[in-house]
Design a protein around this ligand. Structure first.
Ligand code: NAD
Ligand code: WQD
Length: 337
């Protein structure tokens, strides 16, 4: 049965890929986004991929009246809540903006959902809620702790959702904790398009490969890992999007559950760089630098709960992530056209 699914922040990197999966599954994605970190042009490209227009509302999750209107007029069955600010470094400089946008925004949205009787929600959480890992791989029972204002907002929202669930059994809530999403849709039409100098590894690698930057700085070559560089669980954004569909399908059986979305496999910075060079036939010059403050040595998921609870696991490899990200980077859309 076709269901209208509201994607807050759906014009962004991850949300646009979820819109494709939701449409492919026969549901109706409705994107609500204030475009503070995305562009309306993504809608044209989504229409090309899914073969029909995707509904879009320009607006802010903090606008309760608008949220009520959208929930009612579109007869929304469930919400995938991605809208938020996500830059760890910026959150240290602008903590109030992060608390307002992420936490107050979520609160206003939940009030609107409660008023409209929409009580099904999948939330974009992050492995950042685990802080410095105590055990690897990381299970959902790992202790929670935040090391940045951004991380604090994710933890605060998780707690707000669990309190809400405890207050009323009619809520169905799933907290998806993403590891490191990278890659792009295989069409090359949608992908990650960060403003300014990228902080994250894959976006920076792409801009070195296309000549925008001379070289990649590898932050730390003296970690206790096989090649000395940091290890992360990179997950293809299309696999991640499929995980949301699996969560939506199981939502009715959940009260408030946290589930990791990762591959279960860690890759080092140099492994990613070498894989990228090999599959794409391009050079990514790099220099070794000191460790980046706040970085952990290794972080990767135990994804077994996602398999048992959602029937979901990743299908795409690091090669696929590198190939698809590069295809996107070379498309006119990634150059702002
Ligand atoms: P993104 O910035 O590309 O997408 C977020 C979207 O939300 C943007 O289109 C932005 O314009 C919109 N937005 C922000 N504040 C809004 C508001 N108040 N009202 C309406 N729209 C608003 O980021 P992304 O990488 O697609 O991340 C999506 C979600 O996943 C975020 O909540 C992020 O914290 C979470 N997450 C991302 C990663 C990652 O590495 N990309 C990892 C873990 C969790
Ligand atoms: C990956 C590895 C770096 C850039 C961040 C957030 C996290 C989550 C995902 C939202 C590390 C190394 C990086 C570069 C490098 N986001 N690196 N040179 O730090 O694991 O996670 O994004 O929830 O909360 O903290 O991702 O891509 O920045 O770094 O050597 O120019 O690449 O040191 O080992 P990170 P990342």
């Amino acid at each position: 049965m076709s269901r209208p699914i509201l994607l807050t922040g759906g014009a962004g990197f991850i949300g646009s890929h979820i819109a494709v999966e939701v449409a492919r599954a026969g549901h109706t994605p409705v994107i609500l986004d204030n475009l503070c970190n995305s562009k309306a042009s993504v809608l044209d490209r989504l229409r090309t991929i899914v073969g029909r227009p995707v509904e879009f509302v320009k607006g802010d999750i903090r606008d309760g009246e608008l949220m009520r209107k959208v929930l009612r007029e579109h007869r929304i069955a469930a919400v995938v809540h991605l809208a938020g600010l996500k830059a760890v470094g910026e959150s240290v400089q602008k903590p109030l903006e992060y608390w307002d946008n992420n936490v107050v925004g979520t609160l206003r949205m939940l009030e609107a959902m409660q008023d409209c009787g929409v009580r099904s929600l999948v939330f974009s959480s992050s492995a950042t809620v685990y802080g410095e890992p105590e055990q690897l791989p990381i299970t959902e029972r790992h202790r929670l702790m935040a090391t940045s204002p951004y991380g604090q907002t994710k933890l605060a929202i998780e707690r707000m959702l669990c309190d809400l669930s405890a207050s009323d059994p009619r809520w169905h809530l799933c907290l998806l904790r993403y590891f490191n999403p990278v890659g792009a849709h295989e069409s090359g039409l949608i992908g990650e398009d960060p403003n300014g100098i990228p902080n994250n590894l894959m976006p920076f690698v792409l801009k070195v490969a296309n000549g925008q930057f001379k070289e990649l700085s590898v932050w730390g070559g003296d970690y206790p890992t096989p090649d000395g560089t940091g290890v992360r669980d990179y997950i293809h954004v299309v696999d991640l999007a499929a995980g949301h569909l699996a969560a939506l399908q199981k939502l009715d059986t959940m009260r408030c559950e946290a589930v990791n979305l990762g591959t279960g496999h860690g890759s080092s910075v140099l492994e990613l760089v070498r894989t990228f060079e090999r599959v794409n036939g391009v050079k990514v010059p790099f220099v070794m630098k000191d460790r980046r403050p706040g970085d952990v040595t290794s972080c990767f998921a135990d994804p077994s709960l996602a398999l048992s609870r959602l029937g979901w696991k990743t299908k795409r490899t690091l090669e696929d992530m590198c190939r698809d990200a590069w295809r996107w980077q070379q498309s006119p859309a990634a150059r702002g056209n």
